[in-house]
Design a protein around this ligand. Structure first.
Ligand code: GLU
Length: 452
């Protein structure tokens, strides 16, 4: 269907228009291209979608709010940053998605994240639209007070645009428990209301059990589902993980629960390669290092006397399964080839779009079990959705309850991908499956609304 000359021309024309309308937005273009490759042929084969221009409409955000955040550093200097909220699509529920604080943040990155979030959230089976936001604020090296002042200033503007039935932000890179608390505390003060307008809150003020662990745990539940279809399991498998945030830490934790052997983690300075495996005790040290003292990975290498690959990612380490859990485009086609050459049979994305297009295609061509982030990392936003439900009914579910729900949601996401992505030989293209299942859901709602 998608390989006809006519289909390719339509794709080329569609992408040329998109690039022209969004000049210089390479990440956004990349995310749309991946979706359009599978979805445009589907749309052309379904005249009702084509006539209503569903894909064209889905690639244009509902709105983007861009604003200045002015704050004062510890030396008394006035500083200014740029912040955004990209409200992409609310066809199936209030806008939902994280906030990212990182020096690299720009409109293209937030648009790609908001676009992907719309698809991801649709797969969770929960009623959530897609959004993303953030600022080009670099939290590295900032004091707690500086972070607080930045968050409070940002919320003065953000509060106008969010609400429990409108848009519910959460965390992402650079935005964790500390930042969510500062942001939510300021919202509560400005609006004089205690409502579920943010997720990832502390347990004593409306947060949900398992939210911190959810993305990492969810990624491994998804992987379990992929492997179970192939009559395999994670037990005894050597796994490489990139990243050092919540996603990576709790991916490693769940791998340990299941008897796998995680051997790497990484930050922007390098990779620790622990041949003996990162065990529970070492993981406890890493959690403290990354979440409390905010130190560097190299400190682990010194403490446990393991190999440290300075300035390198983990993809050169031989493994059975790889979990890119750091950031976009962290794994390129050379890395993909090296992983495949070394016998890697499973790749599940914990981060958003960590593989370049060529890397993704290398995994798809090799027909290994490859899960795109919008399916495999949807556990985080799923538990955010469960946090919203708990806030709405002013209830607090137990850890066991939330974890069981998360496990069920990940398996439902997996099954939707299989339903839409399985070929005649029984091989599943999870990229195709995820894109089509989400597109049908969001697009179906847009069709029902008519021309809005
Ligand atoms: N930032 C996370 C993601 O990429 C979580 C979003 C949320 O919980 O709203 O899905």
């Amino acid at each position: 269907m998608g390989t006809t000359a006519g289909g390719n021309q339509d794709l080329a024309r569609f992408m040329a228009g998109l690039v022209k309308r969004n000049p210089g937005e390479t990440e956004f273009t990349q995310a749309v291209q991946e979706v359009a490759e599978t979805v445009l042929p589907f749309q052309l084969a379904h005249p009702e979608y084509a006539k209503a221009q569903i894909l064209q409409r889905m690639t244009e955000p509902d709105r983007i709010v861009s604003f200045r955040v002015t704050w004062q550093d510890d030396q008394g200097n006035i500083r200014a940053n740029r912040a955004w909220r990209v409200q992409f699509n609310n066809s199936i529920g209030p806008y939902k998605g994280g906030l990212r604080f990182h020096a690299s943040v720009n409109q293209s990155i937030l648009k790609f994240l908001g676009f992907e979030q719309t698809f991801k959230n649709a797969l969770t089976t929960l009623p959530m639209g897609g959004a993303k936001g953030g600022a080009n604020f670099n939290p590295k090296g900032k004091s707690d007070d500086e972070v607080m002042r930045f968050c409070q200033s940002m919320m003065i503007e953000l509060q106008r645009h969010i609400g429990e039935d409108t848009d519910v932000p959460a965390g992402d890179i650079g935005v964790g428990a500390r930042e969510i608390s500062f942001l939510f505390g300021q919202y509560k003060r400005l609006a004089n209301r205690f409502a579920g307008v943010m997720t990832g809150k502390g347990l004593s003020f409306g947060g949900s059990h398992v939210r911190t662990e959810a993305t990492g745990y969810g990624c491994i539940y998804f992987t379990q589902n992929m492997l179970a279809r192939l009559n395999e399991s994670l037990e005894g498998k050597t796994c490489v993980v990139s990243g050092a945030g919540n996603v990576a830490l709790y991916t490693v934790e769940k791998l340990l629960h299941l008897g796998a052997k995680p051997v790497t983690m990484s930050d922007s300075s390098g990779t620790i390669f622990d041949k003996n495996g990162i065990d529970e005790e070492k993981l406890a040290y890493l959690k403290h290092l990354k979440l409390v003292t905010r130190g560097r990975m190299s400190e682990y290498a010194e403490k446990y006397d393991c190999e440290y690959l300075a300035k390198k990612a983990p993809w050169c380490v031989p493994c059975d399964a790889a979990f890119p859990s750091a950031t976009q485009n962290e794994l390129d086609v050379d890395d993909a080839r090296e992983l495949l050459k070394n016998g890697c049979k499973v790749v599940a994305e914990g981060a958003n779009m960590p593989c370049t297009r060529d890397a993704t295609n290398a995994f798809l061509d090799a027909k290994i079990a490859y899960a795109p982030g919008k399916a495999s990392n949807a556990g985080g936003v799923s538990v955010s959705g469960l946090e919203q439900s708990q806030n709405s009914v002013r209830a607090s579910w137990s850890r066991e309850e939330v974890e069981a729900k998360l496990e069920r949601i990940m398996s439902k996401i997996h099954d939707q991908c299989v339903e839409m992505g399985e070929d005649d030989e029984g091989h599943v293209d999870y990229v195709r499956g995820a894109n089509l299942a989400a597109f049908k859901k969001v697009g179906g709602a847009m069709l029902a609304y008519g021309a809005v």
